[in-house]
Design a protein around this ligand. Structure first.
Ligand SMILES: [Zn+2]
Length: 363
């Protein structure tokens, strides 16, 4: 899969600059007989084009992905609340279609149409597998991967039939269910040791607010042990007076940020340790979630659980998923040290931290 960036910097939607916490991905098809993405990109990259903006097009002739918005920008692709939660991607459609009203069309060259639709389908699978891993999404969970049509059925999108109408009328055998399954399979084949691309600074992760979902489960779940809290504390550094972190957020203790304001103080390192233990619950919850969902496929002992919680607190949920997906315990241990970069550079503190996490994981 090749991703070519061609960001629609003139489009009012890009200019609005609104960000979303990505909760899902929506697949569209353009609904007109145009296999090339180029014309759409040109037309939409315009200050007067107020109708729509998507995150990417998939070109029907080349199978390339043309990325048109940063993935976490709010797009205008589905005419509903799905714009606030879902990335939107448009597949281009064969030139030999003739729309005869609504989502109904005739096709004058079935063979060409099939080759184009196959191409865009397969690229969409690869792109969505990549994005699922990037944003820690489970492609089989309800409402995560949806078509525009399914979005409408769920009340988060306007009344369109794409791309289900295309796959169905051409008798491709593709459905949203085959699509989701193919994404899941593609995720298992993704190269696993992509190093951290952006600074895995815990502060940044802690302040996104993007992952504050409630964690719940009905199986007995592990919580982080005092040893795990110690490990995180060792690398986070403790301040008893509130300070502004580099991202401008008031912080106290071991990187605690909830309800902190200027002038706040803590009485002791022990008090700070308690706040940290509280904060770690969220990250321990991600580890428990992945166990429950089978994304972590081997049983965890307490040391492994503590090591992965420390890792997640520092590197985030998405990187935890990359680390564990489709791997056995030995491979996970071997890959932990790869996550040692911040801002593209290997950082000594992260090298040490990863080494200690790996050692704990193996003990
Ligand atoms: Zn659509």
């Amino acid at each position: 899969m090749e991703i070519v960036k061609s960001i629609l910097t003139n489009n009012p939607c890009y200019k609005a600059g609104k960000k979303i916490a990505v909760r899902g991905l929506m697949i569209h098809s353009v609904g007109c007989p145009q296999p090339s993405a180029e014309g759409f990109v040109k037309k939409w990259n315009n200050a007067d084009y107020k109708r729509a903006c998507v995150h990417a097009f998939i070109d029907g002739n080349t199978g390339k992905v043309i990325q048109t918005l940063p993935w976490d920008y709010r797009g205008w692709h589905c005419g509903g609340s799905g714009n606030n939660t879902h990335i939107g991607v448009e597949m281009c459609e064969p030139a030999c279609l003739k729309y005869t009203g609504g989502a109904t069309f005739t096709c004058s060259d079935k063979e060409t149409a099939m080759s184009i639709v196959n191409r865009t389908y397969h690229t969409a699978v690869e792109l969505f597998a990549f994005l699922c891993r990037e944003f820690g999404l489970n492609p089989l969970a309800d409402g995560i991967i949806v078509s525009h049509k399914e979005g409408h059925d769920k009340g988060i999108a306007s009344g369109h039939g794409d791309p289900d109408h295309l796959w169905k009328q051409l008798d491709t055998g593709y459905t949203m269910d085959t699509f989701r399954m193919a994404i899941k399979e593609a995720m298992e084949k993704l190269p696993g040791d992509t190093p951290v691309k952006e600074a895995p600074v815990s502060a940044a992760e802690n302040h996104t607010g993007a992952e504050n979902q409630q964690i719940q489960g009905d199986k007995p779940e592990k919580s982080v042990s005092p040893k795990g809290v110690e490990l995180v504390a060792k690398y986070e550094g403790c301040k008893l007076e509130a300070y502004k972190c580099p991202a401008g957020v008031w912080t106290i203790g071991y990187g605690h940020t909830a309800n902190v304001k200027e002038g706040d103080t803590l009485s002791s390192a022990e008090e700070a340790r308690k706040l940290l233990a509280e904060d770690l619950k969220k990250y321990a919850g991600y580890v428990n979630d992945f166990v429950r969902q089978g994304i972590i496929s081997f049983p965890l002992n307490q040391n492994q659980f503590d090591a992965l919680t420390s890792f997640t607190y520092n590197c985030g949920k998405g990187n935890l998923q990359k680390l564990v997906s489709g791997r056995d315990a030995a491979t996970v241990a071997a890959k932990i040290p790869a996550y040692n970069k911040g801002g593209g550079k290997v950082l000594e503190g992260l090298v040490k931290r990863r080494e200690e996490e790996r050692a704990l994981f193996l003990s």
